[in-house]
Design a protein around this ligand. Structure first.
Ligand code: ADP
Length: 602
């Protein structure tokens, strides 16, 4: 099934893609679509590149005039003019360079901006399953370093290609125009650059790829061990030494690779520099010969030598270009990999709003599997009438949470239908569906902000009075008022500064502020002390009053007061009824009850 296949395989696909980037026409077209909105700026960059490549030719040519005419003729005026001309060309080219850098940055950063937003929107639409499968930290890596990597793409490919090609053509043209024999001699050295450049390019690419993998492994360790829960796990199992060694080993490998990568560059530079110095020697030798024969001037030899750099450097860069293109395409591939994962839970075409449809919940023959051939729910049918409390009980792993997850469509049922107020939830907009449901989970998620900010997340427009009312109803107001900063107290990551009971009551207050017609609640299994238990119970009574509620029940009081109890076992509804009826049946429920609560009541 594609539901998870795509996500877990995503990583492997990326690793393969780095070996052989997909340079197909479709891929290139897809990439160029991101550049399209900036075609005007790109065009200006190309014009600037053409202008600077011509301007760059001027100083050597003017030097030729100085040596051949101004100096022998002792013409001070001409000398000053030629020097000024040469200076002006350099300054103009420098100014254009500044403008070009600005445009480079403008284009790259805007593409990054577009992609980041597209990615964020896309990830928001991904189903829960995606986030349970993806490696921790990977989403952040894709959102930040992968997308930021695009920064170098425009410069590394389009600009690199155009500027080097233009420089090569204009320089070669000028050299042949000046003296074709000497030009042929200079070209003779060119193949010497190509072979080592290609080899070094491949080596650096390989090292860069390995380095990147190690860095991502390193980030993963950081994410895993220096996040709140990872840190606690590490401390409680006293794995500090082990984790430190693991981190050190990966770090050492990264360091080694990075040193190798920069040294690969150094050897390459040394080779290229050596070959580059052969060129001028040859020109002095052959040019000198032509000078002695009276075919060429000294100025021309000097101009030739200074133009040589403009011939050799683009050859080297162009030979290496394919590495940059490969790297850039691989980068885009990694990003597209994510874009290609379809968000499966989306509004059906023509989906309706739930408004006024009522709050009765009905499951009709619902089946669902997280993994193929391992059904978590089989043929579940039940009805929860408006304003009633339905308790879900059953052993752990029976499928209770799965039932509650299907209602706000955190997952889609594989077959059967779920109806709210008679309307199939598959045909209702997700927004209206989810805003009519309040979910209180065991693991209350609070973000690291103040209590007030956490409450306002449910309803931005809530007034202070409404907040206070909700907190009073949830029996948490008095506690908050005793905190040094009251409602402005910061709760810490995931609300770590609050106790379990306090977090749950705060989360109840948050749902009260949202005021949905349906409440889904997973009661905390962790035993609270009697006082907390009492307060949570009071808060729940307020929350569930007049609401259609589905509670995964762990407390006897909840079960006793439920209008209907569903006993879930092995993904099926094994028994259904009220507490007393179920006890009398002497079946699964009775068994469960005896094990869980028997001792407490007798
Ligand atoms: P309960 O809430 O009754 O303890 P759950 O609904 O959480 O049970 O789980 C039902 C079954 O589905 C279990 O076998 C569990 O291992 C499996 N399951 C739960 N969540 C996932 C998931 N995200 N991916 C794969 N299997 C899951």
């Amino acid at each position: 099934m594609s539901r998870y296949g795509g996500y877990t395989l995503g990583r492997m696909k990326f690793d393969d893609s780095q070996e052989k980037p997909d340079l197909s026409k479709e891929m290139l077209l897809r990439i160029s679509r991101y550049f399209l909105p900036y075609w005007k700026q790109t065009l200006v960059v190309l014009v600037i590149l053409a202008a600077t490549s011509v301007l760059g030719l001027l100083p050597p040519l003017l030097i030729q005039q100085i040596v051949d005419h101004a100096l022998p003729g002792k013409d001070l005026r001409l000398l000053a003019l030629l020097v000024a001309g040469s200076l002006a060309a350099t300054v103009a080219s420098g100014l254009l360079g500044v403008l070009q850098s600005y445009l480079n940055a403008f284009i790259s950063q805007n593409i990054i901006f577009d992609m980041k937003n597209q990615m964020y929107r896309h990830l928001q639409g991904m189903p829960l399953q995606f986030f349970s499968n993806v490696k921790q930290g990977e989403v952040i890596t894709r959102m930040t370093s992968d997308i930021s990597g695009i920064q170098g793409v425009f410069n590394g490919t389009i600009v690199n290609f155009a500027s080097n090609l233009l420089m090569l053509i204009t320089t070669a043209g000028t050299l042949f125009w000046m003296n074709w024999k000497l030009a042929l001699v200079s070209v003779f050295v060119v193949p010497l650059f190509v072979a080592p450049t290609r080899k070094m390019g491949s080596l650096r690419w390989k090292l860069a790829k390995e380095t990147q993998e190690k860095i991502s492994e390193q980030n993963h360790i950081i994410e895993e061990t220096l996040s709140l829960s990872g840190y606690m796990l590490m401390k409680l199992f006293t794995k500090e030494d082990q984790e430190r060694d693991r981190f050190k080993a990966v770090s050492a490998e990264t360091t080694r690779l990075q040193i190798r990568e920069s040294m690969a560059g150094r050897w390459f530079m040394m080779l290229v520099n050596t070959f580059a110095s052969i060129g001028p020697m040859l020109i002095y030798l052959c040019g000198g010969y032509l000078f002695i024969r009276g075919e060429i001037t000294i100025g021309a030899i000097i101009a030739f030598v200074s133009l040589l750099g403009r011939l050799y450097s683009p050859v080297g860069q162009l030979t290496n270009l394919y590495v940059d293109i490969k790297r850039s395409v691989a980068l885009f591939e990694r990003i597209f990999d994510y874009f290609d994962m379809e968000p499966q839970i989306v509004d059906a075409p023509g989906a309706d709003s739930l408004n006024g449809a009522g709050s009765a919940i009905e499951f009709r023959n619902v089946s669902f599997a997280y993994q193929p051939d391992k059904p978590a729910l089989r043929d579940i049918s039940f009805k929860a009438e408006p304003g009633t409390l339905t308790a879900l009980v059953g052993p752990s792993g029976a499928g209770k949470t799965t039932i509650t997850n299907l209602i706000p469509r955190l997952y889609n049922a594989d077959s059967g239908s779920i109806r709210i107020g008679g309307a199939d939830i598959a045909s209702i907009t997700l927004k209206s569906l989810r805003s009519s449901i309040g979910l209180v989970t065991q693991d209350t998620y609070l973000f690291n902000g103040t209590i007030r900010e956490n409450l306002l997340y449910a309803n931005e427009e809530a007034t202070d009075e409404e907040i206070t009312q909700a907190c009073q109803a949830a029996y948490i107001h008095d506690f908050i008022m005793k905190l040094p900063d009251g409602y402005d107290t910061v709760v810490g990551n995931r609300g770590i500064k609050l106790s379990g009971g306090e977090k749950q009551r705060l989360s109840i207050a948050r749902v009260l502020l949202k005021n949905p017609s349906i409440i889904i609640m997973d009661e905390a299994t962790s035993s609270l002390d009697t006082v907390s238990e009492f307060y949570v119970q009071q808060a729940m009574n307020v929350l569930l009053k007049d609401k259609t509620s589905l509670v995964i029940a762990h407390r006897l009081s909840t079960i006793m007061s439920a209008d209907n109890i569903l006993v879930i076992q092995d993904g099926r509804v094994a028994e259904e009824g009220k507490h007393q009826q179920l006890l009398e049946r002497n079946g699964v429920y009775k068994d469960l009850y005896d094990k869980q609560f028997g001792k407490k009541v007798t």
